[in-house]
Design a protein around this ligand. Structure first.
Ligand SMILES: NC(=O)c1ccc[n+]([C@@H]2O[C@H](COP(=O)([O-])OP(=O)(O)OC[C@H]3O[C@@H](n4cnc5c(N)ncnc54)[C@H](OP(=O)(O)O)[C@@H]3O)[C@@H](O)[C@H]2O)c1
Length: 334
């Protein structure tokens, strides 16, 4: 690749089931010159998110889908190398929707500056990025944990789950993670300070909940949906809160999404289940970021990144989210 070439992954078709390499087309084009109000960013790290699978679908969601033939949407961090925008100068580092490509050229809508002297760039996609904001607001605003509560987190060794669990510990809760495999369960307890772990791939989740949550579940932070949601619903306490942050077990379904059969547990326990979208809290990101940065600086919070190198590996690397190969935040180094 020369400095003037931009490698890009475009959405070629809308996948049925899991996305594959064929879902995307690959092209190399010259890097365009910025027009008035535009900037050029050399992309350095791209955030790989389960939500990207949803953005490939036609139809209404919380943001519009990626159009066929458009560069696949991805958040990322990179450095400004040309600018025709008064708010951004050459050399600035920015966080924004850069797309799965080497260079972003366009208007920096919603972009903000980050400082690599304060934190390594990948952390701005993890604890100090959308991932961290999701964990923070979904747990504290929707889950509303109180000291002494039992908080259960699914997808616990992933990007959002690993941070949400640590924040719940900081708030004085008993924290139990559900994750796939022995190694992930060990990570939760030994590295991230969780009180208990349930390996849903090798044990019955309800039996695990009885063992790890003898006093029942006050807050369930759900990233996974499906059978795991159903199992935890059966162990809720009076006035429990269930945070619907995500449902990754359902994103590649060819059939309809599987809803919870045990929802009457909400009625019996006067409990509440509430959906969450991080963008609703955008006006509070700066304050939350400061608090998170403080926890990171004091060593009270660990930001765990799983970095894979090479833009060209994008389709296969994205799929690691669905096969559970990532430990912490999955990031593509361009
Ligand atoms: N609502 C919002 O605003 C918002 C914002 C960001 C993210 N989210 C959601 O939060 C969730 C976590 O996102 P993330 O970025 O932190 O991803 P992640 O947890 O880092 O990665 C996905 C993990 O999900 C687990 N998984 C995949 N397929 C599964 C299945 N069929 N059953 C059970 N577990 C499965 C895997 O872990 P195991 O090895 O443990 O199976 C995998 O490592 C996603 O549902 C995402 O859509 C929501």
């Amino acid at each position: 690749m020369t400095a003037e070439t931009n490698r890009q992954f475009l959405l070629a078709k809308r996948p049925v089931g899991a996305a594959t390499r064929d879902t995307f087309s690959f092209q190399q084009v010259p890097v365009a010159k910025p027009g008035a109000g535009q900037i050029v960013v050399r992309n350095q790290y791209l955030s790989l998110d389960p939500a990207m699978r949803g953005w490939m679908n036609e139809g209404k969601s919380y943001i519009p889908p990626v159009g066929l033939g458009e560069v696949m949407r991805a958040l990322g961090v990179g450095q400004v190398i040309a600018s025709e925008h008064p708010g951004f100068a050459v050399g600035d580092y920015v966080n924004g929707a850069l797309g799965v490509q080497d260079y972003f050229v366009g208007e920096p809508r919603g972009f903000y500056k980050v400082d690599p002297k304060l934190a390594p760039l990948p952390v701005y996609l993890s604890a100090l990025g959308m991932t961290g904001m999701t964990a923070y607001f979904a747990l504290l605003e929707v889950g509303a944990p109180k000291a002494g509560d039992t908080v259960v987190i699914s997808g616990a060794a992933g990007a959002v789950g690993s941070i949400a669990g640590q924040i719940a510990k900081l708030k004085g809760c008993r924290v139990v993670g559900i994750a796939g495999g022995k190694q992930k369960c060990e990570l939760l307890i030994e590295e991230l300070g969780f009180d208990g772990a349930i390996d849903y791939k090798s044990e019955d989740v309800i039996a695990g909940l009885k063992r790890e949550c003898p006093k029942g579940v006050d807050v369930f932070f759900d990233n996974v949906g499906g059978d795991i949601l159903d199992a935890v619903l059966s162990r809720l306490n009076f006035k429990a809160r269930v945070v619907i942050c995500g449902a990754i077990s359902q994103y590649n379904n060819k059939e309809a999404v599987k809803g919870p059969a045990n929802y009457l547990s909400l009625l019996v326990n006067r409990a509440r289940m509430e959906g969450f979208v991080v963008m609703d809290y955008a006006d509070r990101y700066a304050a939350a970021g400061q608090e998170m940065a403080g926890w990171l600086a004091k060593g009270q919070l660990k930001s765990k990144e799983h970095i894979v190198e090479g833009l060209e590996t994008f389709p296969e690397t994205l799929m690691k989210l669905f096969s559970g190969e990532n430990f912490g935040k999955l990031i593509l180094k361009v």
